[in-house]
Design a protein around this ligand. Structure first.
Ligand SMILES: Cc1cc2nc3c(=O)[nH]c(=O)nc-3n(C[C@H](O)[C@H](O)[C@H](O)COP(=O)(O)OP(=O)(O)OC[C@H]3O[C@@H](n4cnc5c(N)ncnc54)[C@H](O)[C@@H]3O)c2cc1C
Length: 498
């Protein structure tokens, strides 16, 4: 049998794994990345993202060090609320109901800016996020703390990181799931890999970074931890994230951490593919412009406050609420006042769209309970209060007396033609994973690091609960991935000195 020996084996090839591999290989370590999927399906969930990435830019000057080539004219046209580490931290603690582990939360938010600059040094390119501003008085008025995305979405992000890792001499094995960790005298010493090219082999290594995502693509585990209704959820990204890394870590003494009954989910087109389609990459099926409209179920009733907050802070929750509705189905509806303001996904040929000149006709096309639906719209319209409408701030333009009310951006639904988009719930990733500290070291039941074992990305438990501030999945992968790589370098150099 061939003897494979590395300094570091990284499990997975998404953003977290690649960040760890790039960081560790900066020091000429011998690094192997093993990826479960074939080469044309590499990159994990990270490949499918929009590349929206959250970091504490502080001000326009901070932003312009990340986004290249902004002309003087462009800079003058940007209105950007300040976003410091405390703001990011506040958002994280707010959406996680203060349950996020303080040390991990501080690490993620506090390291976000230096990490994005590091990513840039590695060749990742960034641009303004056109989905995160409204034009107002000739200015681009940004909202929601997410003004930047990677060029060419997640595809561009992973492409740059693969390129850098390859330049640094990292080896890649595709169609090669890691199956089991080898631990000798308390230290990680190898990984059993079932490789299409090399067969079933034990790869000897001094360290392992687990970055193999959550368990969202495993129907059984979804039902066990999240609830039976998750059986039919659409998997928005990688078909390979079946919780293997979590199982492997637990087998060598790691402990579970985080919200096992929680996940990130998104309202998505009712007719999206069942798992991420690599031939149509990009986050093209999501439907998140609902703060501009209304959401009704097949009974014709509203069930969430569409205007509770900017979509960045509510879409994860509302995906899950949709799954609880009859047929796991609902409709986002918009009138002509707002139709042009919807995100680009609503104009794609993949979008399922129903249009009608009257509200009655729309109800028929949607196949909802017509009487209830008309009653819902009438009472909503009667409940809308006067006020200045402004989609770039929480304008407080509300309804009164409804359950639930729409508490911002409540315009009457009365200008035809009318539009309906059938939606369901797509799962993005799961929150429950393993216990890790802010050095990305995997901890055992005594809170002691398991020597040689690190984890990053969705494998970090105890960070996201209930929801997450949009754009933090990628930043978490980058921060904890780079940290894991740095920690491996320290671990190996200390070991070499002893
Ligand atoms: C459609 C969609 C859009 C999103 N948009 C955004 C966004 O704009 N911004 C944002 O911040 N987040 C977004 N997210 C969330 C984001 O994708 C994740 O938080 C992030 O990519 C996680 O990175 P990761 O490296 O931990 O996991 P992944 O990128 O999922 O990588 C895990 C890898 O591990 C591999 N793997 C699994 N098991 C094994 C095994 N046994 N052996 C070897 N390899 C294995 C998988 O094949 C995969 O390649 C989005 C997610 C989806 C699905």
């Amino acid at each position: 049998m061939t003897n494979f020996e590395y300094d570091l084996v990284v499990v997975g090839s998404g953003n977290a794994a690649l960040s760890a591999a790039v960081s560790a290989s900066e020091d000429n370590l011998k690094v192997l990345v093993v990826e479960k999927g074939p080469q044309h399906k590499r990159g994990g969930n990270s490949f499918f993202t929009d590349g929206a990435i959250r970091f504490a830019y502080n001000d326009l000057d901070g932003l312009s060090k990340v986004v290249d080539n902004l002309s003087e004219e462009e800079l003058n046209s940007i209105e950007l609320p300040k976003y410091a580490t405390e703001d990011y931290h506040g958002d994280l603690m707010n959406v996680t109901k203060n349950e996020s582990n303080p040390s991990l939360a501080e690490h993620l938010t506090g390291k976000s800016y230096e990490t994005i600059l590091w990513m840039k040094e590695q060749g990742v390119e960034f641009q303004l996020n056109e989905n995160q501003f409204f034009e107002k008085d000739g200015k681009k008025s940004f909202w929601g703390g997410l003004p930047v995305k990677t060029v060419d979405k997640g595809i561009g992000l992973v492409k740059s990181l693969f390129k850098k890792a390859e330049e640094n001499g990292v080896d890649f094995w595709y169609a090669s799931p890691a199956e089991k960790l080898e631990k000798t005298d308390g230290k990680i010493t190898g990984v059993h890999v079932n490789s299409e090219e090399h067969g079933k082999v034990l790869v000897k290594t001094k360290a392992v970074v687990l970055a193999s995502g959550g368990f969202e693509a495993d129907k059984k585990k979804r039902m066990e931890h999240l609830g039976k209704e998750w059986e039919n959820a659409i998997v928005r990204g990688s078909e390979y994230n079946t919780g293997d890394g979590i199982t492997m870590a637990l087998e060598v003494g790691a402990v579970k951490a985080g919200q096992y009954d929680g996940c990130h989910a998104h309202t998505t087109d009712y007719n999206s593919p069942k798992t991420g389609d690599y031939s149509k990459p990009g986050d093209i099926y999501k439907k998140s412009s609902y703060p501009l409209g209304l959401i009704v179920n097949v009974e014709g009733e509203r069930f969430v406050d569409e205007g509770a907050d900017f979509r960045n802070y509510t879409y994860a929750k509302y995906g899950k609420e949709t799954l609880k509705q009859t047929q796991q189905k609902a409709f986002q509806i918009y009138d002509s006042q707002v139709r042009d303001m919807l995100r680009v996904e609503y104009n794609l040929e993949e979008a399922t769209m129903l249009t009608a000149d009257t509200i009655e006709e729309l109800a028929v096309k949607m196949g909802v309970d017509k009487e209830n639906f008309l009653e819902t719209i009438n009472s909503y319209n009667d409940a809308v209060q006067d006020g200045d409408y402004n989609p770039s701030v929480k304008d407080g333009k509300t309804t009164v007396g409804l359950s639930p009310n729409k508490t911002n951006w409540a315009l009457k639904f009365n200008e035809g033609p009318f539009y309906a988009y059938p939606i369901t719930c797509g799962i993005t990733f799961t929150f429950g994973a393993i216990k890790v500290n802010n050095k990305s070291e995997v901890l055992d039941e005594n809170d002691e690091p398991i020597e040689g074992l690190y984890a990053a990305g969705e494998m970090v438990g105890d960070l996201f609960y209930h929801n997450y501030p949009g754009g933090s999945g990628l930043m978490s992968g980058s921060v904890f991935g780079k940290t894991a790589g740095d920690s491996v370098k320290n671990y190996l150099s200390t070991a070499a000195q002893n």
